[in-house]
Design a protein around this ligand. Sequence first.
Ligand SMILES: [Zn+2]
Length: 386
Amino acid sequence: MAENTDRTPVSVFASPGRYVQGRGALGRLGTLMEGLGSRRPLVLTDDVVRGLTEQVLTGSFAQADLPLAFERFGGMPTSAEADRVSGVIDEGGHDAVIGLGGGTAIDTAKAAGDNAGVPWVSAATVASTDAPTSALSVVYTESGSFESYRFYSRNPALVVVDTQYVAEAPVRFLSAGVGDALATWIEARAVRRAHSPNMVGGLPTHAGSTLAELSWNLLWRSALPALEAVEKNLVTQDVEAIVEATTLLSGLGFESGGLAAAHAIHDGLTAVDQTHHFTHGEKVNIGSLTQLVLEGAPASEIDPFAEFTARVGLPTTLTEAGLGGADETVLDEVVRAAMAPSETIHNLAFEPTHRDVRDALRAVEGVGRRARERVGLGEPTPEDYT
Ligand SMILES: [Zn+2]
């Protein structure tokens, strides 16, 4: 007799319909949308990104004989903002929505597209998170705290990443993307060890875990030269490799490989005001270090990781996170949020206690300070990130 298919664990791998990356990729967006069968797409973006891209998109959409309609993104990926944008999609009769810019505009476009029942497309001008390829959004409250993950049954129909824009954006965006992507293998490895579920409702496939590891290897090889190139607004092969690692490989790797403690700690950090000066990937790096301490990873693994991420320009201490002098109640709030029942920290092979997590978080300060010293960086301060 056949197994009850609803109860038998299955492996699941998810991906966007198409991924297009390179210098000038945004100039192809019109033709690519036409290829999807869209006749009336809506572009969701903020004023800054609109200013940078409008000329290119006007030409690209005209070439594909598509009307170009912009909607101004409110800046915070809340459910209210997603509802507002889906209203605009309905009223304008749009048949697709494009999230243009960084992770927050992209995540809001996914939610609005899902509400309105139209396909969504990610067009990234920065490589600061691995949001563009995934079938989930991170939903925030108005005040910028993590609220929940929202899962969709579909991934973006198309992902476009223009590396020229990535190279012209402030280098801090790319370094944050490196932080987000380095966590991917640390987390996917833990999920695989524990036979825990990934983010698409199944067990990890070998493909999911392997892409997470490939992302990790490319980052160690090419992140520093890529960041140096982006400082000078250059697009080099290292930049292309790092954008692929942070956007495509980390995106597929985290979603199909699974998340664990690093992202749960990130979510916990968003619960307190002290860390709001940090980007997603910066908070995730504190999470990666915390997970490594929690797992009891050897110094031969933690120390090079802390040194490398300090050189990448990521925070490695609680001091930089604005939590250097934080009392127990603040850290307790972080840990409580990180250990909420729906959190991915429960994907670890063991169940840490509140105290275990708080002590691991505290231990990061010493690990990070020593690493900074070894690579010749000075005293850490939160001002480095303002
Ligand atoms: Zn992330």
